[in-house]
Write a protein that binds this ligand. Sequence first.
Ligand SMILES: Nc1ncnc2c1ncn2[C@@H]1O[C@H](COP(=O)(O)OP(=O)(O)OP(=O)(O)O)[C@@H](O)[C@H]1O
Length: 525
Amino acid sequence: MTDKDDETDPEIDSPGIDSESDATRRFTDSTDTGDRDGTESFGTSSLDDIVLDDVDSEEDADEASRGLFDDLLSGEPIFEKKEVLRPSYTPRKLPHREDQINNMATILVSALRGDTPSNILIYGKTGTGKTASAKFVSEELEATSEKYAVACEVEYINCEVTDTQYRVLAQLANKFIEKNREHITGRIDRLESLREDVRDSKSSLAETDFESIDEIESTLESLRDERDGFEEVPMTGWPTDRVYSTFFEAVDYTERVVVIMLDEIDKLVEKSGDDTLYNLSRMNSELENSKVSIMGISNDLKFTDFLDPRVKSSLGEEEIVFPPYDANQLRDILQARAEVAFEDDSLSEDVIPLCAAFAAQEHGDARRALDLLRTAGELAERDNTDRVEEDHVRQAQEKIELDRVVEVVRTLPTQSKLVLFAIILLEKNGVHNINTGEVYNIYKSLCEEIDADVLTQRRVTDLISELDMLGIVNAVVVSKGRYGRTKEISLSVPIDETEAVLLSDSRLGDIEDVQPFVQARFDQQ
Ligand SMILES: Nc1ncnc2c1ncn2[C@@H]1O[C@H](COP(=O)(O)OP(=O)(O)OP(=O)(O)O)[C@@H](O)[C@H]1O
């Protein structure tokens, strides 16, 4: 190293922002011999030529080296494998779901014997492991069917996304068409290799149904035609009966047992009635080669009330209930996941019990518990500490709650937003125990301000009740003696954040200006 190097090389004692920019300068120095930092193999001139011989790129390089990420990277990482805490991760073990899993397996094992399993309905509140358990069982089922070479397939459909009869049938039809193509391709491959064997030695024909290479060729030809002849269902445009018959033929193409898993099945019924379920449940009497069984998953226990009695009894041949987890069970679930997700010793003792306790209060929701743990870890990471503490969990709880409120408020219809905004304005002006009449007055003036339809007071009362059910406001009915009964309304969510979300709606954005006007109305009262 030369004297000059010593003067200009700051990396020796101070890593970070300066070292980066000085290192950059170093590369622009034409006398640099390039014998540091492993740059010798490039040669100095090439670095000068390529990168830093104009001012702009020098600035760019400076910009890119302010150490924005360095501080974040320098702390001890808390997570070893964060994705293990995300909902998309399917754990290999599902503690406290052994009974439900065994139950499902006992019903579905008939598929491996070539019989039709009973239809199953799975119920349970959100986050109780219904989807995870059902997916686990179906993976096991498919793996075992491969092991014993039994034709058994599971098709998963999320009815929140695929929510009409057309889409469900089209998606199923296309999946089976793809499987049929794969099936034919397998046969073609086997026949092609047989053809090669026969070319080498005619005796290879002996144990087959073919008498000549020509016969193999013509079978190959017709298989290729058949494979190319499948017509996929477009995502819109066909009459439903054509979609159904395409699906029917595709399923019945080979001998197999098919389990159709309809997750969030209540959403399908809510959106498009029970026709799909009716059609699927009566298929078996017409299928010649295959057998179909349905596994419906729902977190709405009452959805079967809306079903045709025939569909209801057919679908609910077997019912499996997933009860909410209690705090101890959630603790076990979190413990198992945390061991993989976090670095050793990065969780203080209280973290898992507290996450479990919060989520158990909620309604025994494992998804919520995992979210809390992940968010607490992220907050600790942001604090640059190497340990997640109880306080991070409390902050995480607040953050998740606020995120939920923001999401609910953001997606409210405009009229509900106006009603909520009226309540906020009243609270901001120091009105407590707000009554419906006061809300209605402000609401009307807000509507006039943005040219929105003005609903009746009765309708606004309903909207207030809806906001109450969503947990955004608290509306209690109080008796005023001989003046009758009235509602007293108060806000249940943080006022500033909620107001900010409302004002981010383009229609409500201008309303900020009506504050003096609202004030004037109070003065008149
Ligand atoms: N027993 C368990 N062991 C480990 N993880 C679990 C368990 N139960 C649930 N989970 C996890 O909790 C999250 C939610 O589970 P899942 O999606 O199966 O719930 P769900 O009952 O289907 O809820 P929803 O009705 O809202 O779809 C997933 O990340 C899942 O891996």
